[in-house]
Design a protein around this ligand. Structure first.
Ligand SMILES: [Zn+2]
Length: 179
């Protein structure tokens, strides 16, 4: 091979190598960018899922139930979630006292069914607020099983602050005519 041919071949090879390096840098940047945006999308999805799974005050209503034995009109809060939740709840009185209430014997409320909890035995003794702490269902829950993809661990007992927390003002419900 003549020297000039070897020089041209080497030159072309060098140019090809430079182009390949530029191309792979661009490809790597593009891959990094798309991985980054995929990560951002996934993060946003997780956030949205957590919010989408959050409880809605529209699932709650208040009503009275006549106790046949005592003849008294008892006040209840009803909860009808679209999917099964583990719940822990308290009634909060204006005096600051807090008493646990329960929507079902195992605190799970099956999706599409109505759980109810006693809040007062007369309209005069209604609490100021009801606090309901929601969790994804545990293994012994009836109905479909699901989890929140946000990954926040939950102990799920009565002292747990709740995966979601909802406070319902009883007065608001009364004034809205939802009672
Ligand atoms: Zn979550």
């Amino acid at each position: 091979m003549a020297d000039w041919v070897a020089a041209v071949v080497a030159g072309v090879a060098l140019i090809v190598a430079i182009c390949a390096a530029i191309y792979s840098k661009q490809a790597a940047d593009a891959a990094k960018d798309s991985a980054k945006s995929a990560q951002q999308v996934a993060k946003a999805e997780l956030g949205r899922d957590h919010r989408d799974l959050a409880p809605n005050p529209e699932w709650v209503r208040f009503d009275t139930v006549q106790n046949e034995r005592t003849g008294r009109t008892n006040q209840f809060i009803f909860l009808t979630p679209p999917r099964t939740y583990l719940t822990h709840a308290d009634i909060l009185h204006a005096t600051g006292s807090r008493l646990p209430i329960s929507f079902s014997p195992n605190n799970q409320v099956e999706g599409g069914t109505e759980g109810r909890a006693f809040i007062a035995n007369s309209p005069e003794s209604l609490p100021a607020e009801v606090e309901i702490r929601f969790f994804p269902p545990t293994e012994d829950a009836p109905g479909e099983r699901w989890g929140c993809p946000c990954g926040v661990p939950a102990i799920g007992d009565h002292a747990d602050r709740g995966h979601w927390i909802m406070r319902v003002k009883v007065d608001d419900m009364l004034s809205l005519g939802l009672y």
